[in-house]
Design a binder for this molecule. Structure first.
Ligand code: MN
Length: 750
C-alpha cells in the first residue's frame, strides 16, 4: 500500500480505538482535501507535505481529542500555505472546523522576537486570548511538537529560533494547561538544539548510569509490587527517568552533579482511589527511609494547573535515592494531559459535559492560578483566557495589553501621553485607519505623530476605551486650559499690582508669599492666576484682598529696622519706593542651617570606622536604599541602590566581592546631604524665578541652580541642594512639581 495511505489508516485505527463512532468518511475526505491542496509541496526531509498534517493529527489522537480537532489538525496549514479558503473549509467540513483552522493560522502568523520576560508573558497571553476555542491552542501545540520532532532537517539558525520560541512560549503554555507529556517533550527537544553539548553530556551520563541502575530499579519495583499486593492495594507501577531539560536546569545553573539530584529516578504508583494513595504511602515509608523535607501532598493542595499526586523521596538499597509519586487514575490523566484530558472525546456524544461547563473549567483553572503564589510559573503567567483584554504589537515588536474594544487612541496613550497628544494618524498592519477602529489581537499598531499636532479632540474621550487614555486626555484639556488661564490671569494681576505700587517679586518673597496667599485665599499664585484667567476672580478684587496685608508687612519691617538700629533715620519715601523696585534675580535665601559634617551617617557592614564618600552619580540621601563599593584606596563609595552604576546586572565578576551592604545610621552627626534634582519644564518667562521661589519656600539650602533652555520650547533647571533626608527631598520635589509648566522633577544624574 501507498505509505501515506498506510499512515492515514493507522491514524483512523488509533481514533477508532477511543471513538468507535468516528465518521471515517469525513476524516478521510479531510485527509484527501489536505493531500490534494498540499500536493505540490514537500517537507524539508523530502517527504510529501501531507506527512506533516497527518503526524499532527496523530498527536491530536494521542490526546484522544474530538473529531473536529482531528479535522482541524489535518487542515491546519491549508489556509496559510495553499489556495484553500475559510469559506470552502466551512462549506465542506463545517463552521466550527473552519474556525479552528483559522485560529491556528492566526497563531502561525504571529511574528516572534526574543523579548524581555514581561513581554513574553504578554505574548503567551496573546496566544491564549487569540485561541478563543481552547482546541486551537491544543492543535497548535501538536503542530509545534511535530515541527520540533523534525527539526534536524532545518538550518541551524532556524533550529535555534524555533527552539527558543518553543522554550519561551509554547512549553510554558503547555505547562500552565497541565499537559506534562507535551511540555516535557517540547522542553527536551528545544534544549537539545539550544545547547547541544550540554544536552549530549547529560544524555551520555544518564545512559551510563541507567545501565548500572536498571537492575536496581527493576528489583525495587518488584519488591513494591509484592508489598502492595500483600497490603491489598490494587495498583500499577511504572518507572521513569527525570527528563533532560529539568536535569539541565538543576545541573548547570545550580552547579550540581547528577548524584546530587534526588529525583533522577521516579517510580509512579497508580491506584484506584484517594484512600489507597495514602495507604500506599504508608507502606513505602515502612519499606524505605524517607529523605526529610521531600514529602509533598499535592492531593490535598493541588498545584495551580490542577496537578494532584503524593510525592516522597526515599533511599533505596545501595543508597540510591528515588522519588515515588502516588496518584489515582483520574489524577494521572490530568497530570499527563491536563486541559486536553477535559477536552477528550467522550462516549455518548461529543462534549458530554457541555461546552459551557468546559469553558467554566478552563476559566476556573486559570483563575486559580492567579491567586496562588506557590508555583514559580504563576508569577509570570496571570491570564484569564476570556478576559476583556486585547494584545497588539508596537512596530518594534513589543506587546501591549489593552482593554478589549480599544482603539489606536488607547494604544497611543498607553505608549506615552505625549504620543497621544501629538497623534495625527494611525496605521494597523501597515494600513492607515480611522481613530475609532477597534484593535484586534496580533495587530501591529503604528502611531504617526507631529510636533505641530493640535492635541486631542474632545470626541476622543468617547472613542477610547481605557480609563488611562480618557484620564490623560482630560488632563490635557485641564492643563492646556490652565496654562492659558495662568498666562492671562498673571498679566492682569500684574497690571493691577503695578497700579497699586507693588511688583510680583515683592509678593513672591518667601516671608511675604504665604501671608499674601492666605489673605487671597489661594494655595499658590498659579491657582490665583488661573482663577483670574478663568474669570472666577477679578484682579481688582485680588489686589484689594492683599493690600491691607502688604501695608502691615511694610509697617513691621519699618519697626524691625527701628529696633535693630535705633539711631537710624527713617528712610524717606523715595528710598522706600526705590527699594520696592529693585529686582532681584533670586529671592532671599532662608537662614543657613547649622552643619556638622563629622560622621557620614552610614554604617558599612563588617568594616569599622572606614572612610565613606557619597557617589557623585546618584548622591544618596538618608532614606534612599543604598549599597557600598569598596574603592581602591578611597574608602567606601555609597550609591543609591537604583543607581545604574550599582546595578547588579552590570557588575563585573571580578568586582563582585567589592560590593558591600551598607545602611543609614539613625544617630548620624552629619545633618545635611548634598544632592541634585533636574526640573524639566515648558520654557516660559520667569520659569527660573518661580523654581527658585519654590525652592526657597521649601526652606532648603540651594547650593547652585542653573537653567538651560532647549530649542524645542522646553527647559531643564538643574538644582544642587542640601537636605536632611529623603523626606525633606520629597517635599521639595512636590513643591517643584506644582510650579506652572513643570513636566517632571527627577533625581540628578552625575
Ligand atoms: Mn504545521
Amino acid at each position: 500500500m501507498d505509505p501515506i495511505l498506510e499512515r492515514y489508516h493507522a491514524l483512523e485505527e488509533k481514533v477508532l480505538a477511543y471513538n468507535p463512532n468516528l465518521d471515517t468518511k469525513l476524516l478521510y475526505s479531510a485527509f484527501q482535501y489536505a493531500d490534494s491542496k498540499h500536493s505540490k509541496q514537500m517537507r524539508r526531509d523530502g517527504t510529501p507535505y501531507i506527512t506533516h498534517p497527518l503526524a499532527v493529527a496523530d498527536i491530536v489522537a494521542d490526546l484522544k481529542l474530538d473529531t473536529e480537532s482531528l479535522l482541524a489538525a489535518l487542515l491546519h496549514d491549508c489556509i496559510e500555505d495553499t489556495d484553500a479558503s475559510k469559506e470552502e473549509i466551512a462549506r465542506l467540513f463545517g463552521e466550527d472546523v473552519a474556525e479552528l483552522v483559522e485560529g491556528v493560522t492566526k497563531l502561525t502568523r504571529i511574528k516572534y522576537a526574543s523579548l524581555a520576560e514581561k513581554q513574553m508573558e504578554n505574548l503567551r497571553k496573546m496566544l491564549l486570548a487569540m485561541s478563543k476555542d481552547i482546541r486551537v491552542i491544543l492543535v497548535k501545540l501538536c503542530d509545534r511538537l511535530h515541527n520540533m520532532r523534525t527539526m534536524q532537517y532545518q538550518t541551524p539558525k532556524k533550529q535555534h529560533e524555533k527552539s527558543l520560541e518553543t522554550m519561551e512560549i509554547y512549553a510554558p503554555i503547555a505547562h500552565r494547561l497541565g499537559m506534562a507529556v507535551l511540555k516535557y517533550e517540547l522542553e527536551d527537544l528545544s534544549i537539545r538544539y539550544l545547547d547541544p553539548l550540554g544536552y549530549k553530556e547529560i544524555e551520555t551520563q544518564l545512559k551510563a548510569r541507567f545501565s548500572r541502575h536498571r537492575e536496581f530499579l527493576a528489583s525495587t519495583q518488584k519488591r513494591i509490587e509484592d508489598r502492595m499486593a500483600q497490603g491489598g492495594i490494587h495498583c500499577t507501577i511504572t518507572s521513569r527517568t527525570k527528563h533532560i531539560y529539568s536535569i539541565y536546569w538543576k545541573m548547570y545553573p545550580q552547579h550540581k552533579t547528577l548524584d546530587e539530584i534526588f529525583d533522577l529516578y521516579a517510580l509512579r504508583i497508580i491506584v484506584d482511589n484517594v484512600a489507597d494513595c495514602y495507604n500506599a504511602l504508608g507502606l513505602i515509608h515502612d519499606m524505605f527511609n524517607p529523605v526529610p523535607g521531600r514529602f509533598k501532598d499535592y492531593i490535598s493542595t493541588p498545584k495551580p494547573n490542577g496537578y494532584q499526586s503524593l510525592h516522597t523521596t526515599v533511599i533505596g538499597r545501595e543508597g540510591i535515592p528515588f522519588e515515588v509519586q502516588i496518584r489515582t487514575w483520574q489524577m494521572h490523566e490530568t497530570a499527563e494531559y491536563g486541559i486536553a484530558a477535559h477536552w477528550k472525546y467522550k462516549k455518548g456524544g461529543r462534549n458530554a459535559q457541555g461546552e459551557e461547563s468546559t469553558y467554566e473549567w478552563v476559566r476556573k483553572l486559570l483563575e486559580s492560578q492567579q491567586d496562588t503564589d506557590a508555583e514559580e510559573f504563576v508569577k509570570s503567567l496571570k491570564v484569564d483566557l476570556f478576559s476583556d483584554e486585547v494584545f497588539v504589537f508596537t512596530p518594534r515588536g513589543e506587546v501591549k495589553g489593552l482593554p478589549a474594544g480599544s482603539t489606536p487612541i488607547d494604544f497611543a496613550y498607553s505608549v506615552h501621553s505625549a504620543i497621544g497628544n501629538q497623534m495625527i494618524g494611525a496605521k494597523i498592519n501597515g494600513r492607515l485607519v480611522p481613530f475609532q477602529t477597534q484593535l484586534q489581537n496580533g495587530d501591529i499598531v503604528e502611531i504617526q505623530t507631529s510636533k505641530a499636532a493640535k492635541g486631542p479632540s474632545r470626541d476622543w474621550m468617547t472613542l477610547c476605551k481605557s480609563n488611562e487614555a480618557r484620564n490623560k486626555i482630560r488632563q490635557w484639556f485641564k492643563k492646556e486650559r490652565r496654562s492659558e488661564n495662568i498666562v492671562t490671569g498673571r498679566s492682569s494681576f500684574e497690571a493691577e499690582l503695578k497700579r497699586n505700587g507693588y511688583t510680583i517679586d515683592e509678593i513672591s518673597a518667601p516671608d511675604v508669599l504665604p501671608r499674601v496667599l492666605k489673605k487671597a485665599q489661594y494655595n499658590s499664585l498659579d491657582d490665583l492666576y488661573a482663577a483670574i484667567g478663568y474669570g472666577g476672580m477679578t484682579s481688582i478684587k485680588a489686589v484689594n484682598r492683599i493690600r491691607g496685608e502688604m501695608a502691615a508687612i511694610a509697617k513691621e519691617r519699618r519697626e524691625a529696622a527701628a529696633v535693630s538700629d535705633p539711631l537710624a533715620e527713617e528712610p524717606d519715601e523715595l528710598q522706600q519706593e526705590m527699594q520696592r523696585h529693585v529686582k532681584t534675580s533670586l529671592p532671599p535665601q532662608p537662614p543657613q542651617k547649622a552643619r556638622t559634617i563629622s560622621k557620614s551617617g552610614v554604617i558599612v557592614e563588617g568594616i569599622d570606622n572606614c572612610l565613606v564618600k557619597f557617589a557623585k552619580c546618584c548622591s544618596p540621601v538618608p532614606g534612599d536604599p543604598i549599597v557600598g563599593f569598596v574603592t581602591k584606596g578611597y574608602g567606601v563609595s555609597i550609591h543609591r541602590a537604583d543607581c545604574p552604576n550599582a546595578d547588579p546586572r552590570h557588575r563585573s565578576p571580578e568586582e563582585a566581592g567589592r560590593w558591600v551592604e551598607v545602611r543609614w545610621n539613625n544617630k548620624k552627626e552629619q545633618t545635611e546631604y548634598s544632592t541634585s534634582l533636574e526640573v524639566y519644564a515648558k520654557d516660559r518667562p520667569n520659569l527660573f524665578l518661580d523654581v527658585a521661589t519654590a525652592l526657597s519656600s521649601a526652606k532648603v539650602r540651594t547650593d547652585t541652580i542653573n537653567a538651560r533652555g532647549m530649542n524645542d520650547g522646553y527647559a531643564t533647571v538643574r538644582v544642587v541642594l542640601s537636605v536632611r533626608d529623603r523626606y525633606e527631598l520629597d517635599t521639595v520635589v512636590r513643591k517643584l512639581t506644582t510650579v506652572s509648566g513643570v513636566m517632571s522633577v527627577t533625581r540628578g544624574r552625575g
